[in-house]
Design a protein around this ligand. Structure first.
Ligand SMILES: Cc1ncc(COP(=O)(O)O)c(C=O)c1O
Length: 411
């Protein structure tokens, strides 16, 4: 089938009702009512609800500080810009090197580029989707000043090893945990290992506020930097007003800045969802096990697919269900995805695939030596995701999934 026809089919399938969509209705009436209450109060902008959510979030994670923003991308932007802020002691400068995995999300990467860092990509292990800690450590050079680790789709790597190495070498570690809220490495939540940890509450993530994000950190100074960068470079602290008695205390701008504030509508929906995180995590793990079991017990099962391996010490919290085709089906992938989409099984690629293959990466010449990333290539060529819902999966849905997926043999 030609690419044009394939795209046409995909667009058509959007109009068709999905039998097994990527997302179920994770937002309950109660979640939405919390948002409506804020709307009706007339106090929509960032306020008490946002602070309540931040407090609950940091207490749950065992992190010292948490700051809500309007998206996970904004959390990454803040973490990176805070890491080179003149107010910070340990900071990188333009021209320094940043390491990030080749299987990444654009807005994990772009803030590093926007801050003038030179990008060094490292490959991922296609069995876990995450970097191998020893390989990453081997790729560190004297120029490396920042490492941005993405904890991909509920899993991670030996993050403690990387954190300890970064501490020893004075390297800034940013943990993009947008896809792994609730996952633990050992007894500690992911997102709390790095200097900064970022989270997304976009619709498809572990919990949602529609749009929204959070950033956590351990250091008070970092928190103050993040807070002023989030909001125009503002400071409304009493101590600032005392320091600058000749300025109107309501309008003192102590730093550069953005406007990345969330609304209290998002915060109240996010907080309502957050109360159900543990329940969602449990159901998703159970649904995942049921889907794998139902596929493997099917009479037509013959290793057509494989699934993620959970690395040691990781207790995962999932948002979607990644599936890998057996490599003998490599050439059939487009046809297969097209077919299952047409049957009402919604899919997505795994993150952005190998990011060096994206046109934007070429536009900014991010991989001038044309280094190969075979792990990320395998993920792109053989992997895709389907939904992992927050309600217990029914036996009719399990049957639908097994039969639709296993139809690969007859294509
Ligand atoms: C790894 C990763 N980082 C960052 C983001 C951006 O989050 P948001 O969509 O909330 O901006 C995403 C979004 O899916 C992501 O997967």
């Amino acid at each position: 089938m030609s690419k044009k026809k394939f795209l046409h089919r995909i667009l058509l399938s959007k109009k068709r009702k999905n039998i097994y969509p990527l997302l179920d209705h994770g937002l309950s009436r109660k979640d939405l009512n919390e948002g409506i209450k804020v709307l009706k109060s007339g106090r929509i902008t960032m306020g008490q609800k946002t602070q309540n959510f931040e407090n609950k979030f940091k207490n749950f994670l065992g992190s010292k500080y948490a700051l809500m923003v309007n998206s996970g991308s904004s959390a990454n932007l803040l973490a990176t810009f805070a890491s080179c802020n003149p107010m910070r002691k340990k900071k990188f400068k333009r021209g320094d090197e940043a390491i990030i995995q080749s299987l990444c999300w654009p807005t994990s990467l772009w803030p590093l580029v926007q801050c003038g860092l030179k990008i060094k990509f490292v490959d991922v292990n296609p069995k876990t989707l995450n970097v191998n800690a020893d390989n990453l450590i081997k790729s560190i050079s004297r120029k490396t000043k920042v490492i941005l680790i993405i904890n991909v789709l509920g899993l991670s790597t030996e993050i403690k090893k990387i954190r300890d190495f970064c501490n020893k070498k004075n390297i800034i570690l940013i943990e993009d945990n947008c896809e792994s809220l609730g996952t633990k490495y050992g007894r500690k939540f992911l997102g709390t290992f790095g200097d900064f940890g970022t989270f997304s509450f976009f619709y498809s993530h572990q919990i949602t506020s529609g749009e929204g994000g959070m950033i956590v950190c351990k250091d008070k100074k970092d928190y103050e930097i993040l807070k002023s960068l989030r909001s125009h470079g503002w400071s409304r602290e009493k101590k600032t007003a005392i320091k600058y008695p000749y300025l109107d205390p309501r309008y003192i701008f102590v730093n550069s800045g953005f406007n990345l504030r969330p609304t209290d509508i998002q915060a109240s929906i996010g907080l309502s969802q957050f109360k159900k995180l543990k329940k969602f995590m449990k159901i998703r793990i159970s649904n995942r096990n049921k889907i794998i079991k139902s596929l493997k017990m099917h009479k037509n099962w013959s290793d057509q697919f494989s699934f993620l391996e959970v690395p040691k010490k990781i207790s995962p919290s999932y948002m979607v269900f990644p599936i890998f085709l057996n490599k003998k089906f490599r050439k059939k992938k487009t046809q297969f995805i097209n077919y299952i989409e047409s049957r009402g099984l919604e899919t997505r690629p795994i993150i952005s695939g190998s990011f060096v293959k994206q046109p934007s990466s070429k536009l900014f010449k991010l991989n001038p030596r044309k280094t190969k990333f075979p792990g990320a290539d395998i993920v792109q060529e053989l992997g895709f995701v389907i939904g992992l819902h927050t309600k217990n999966i029914s036996s009719s849905k399990l049957k639908f999934l097994s039969e639709t997926l296993l139809s690969i043999d007859s294509l």
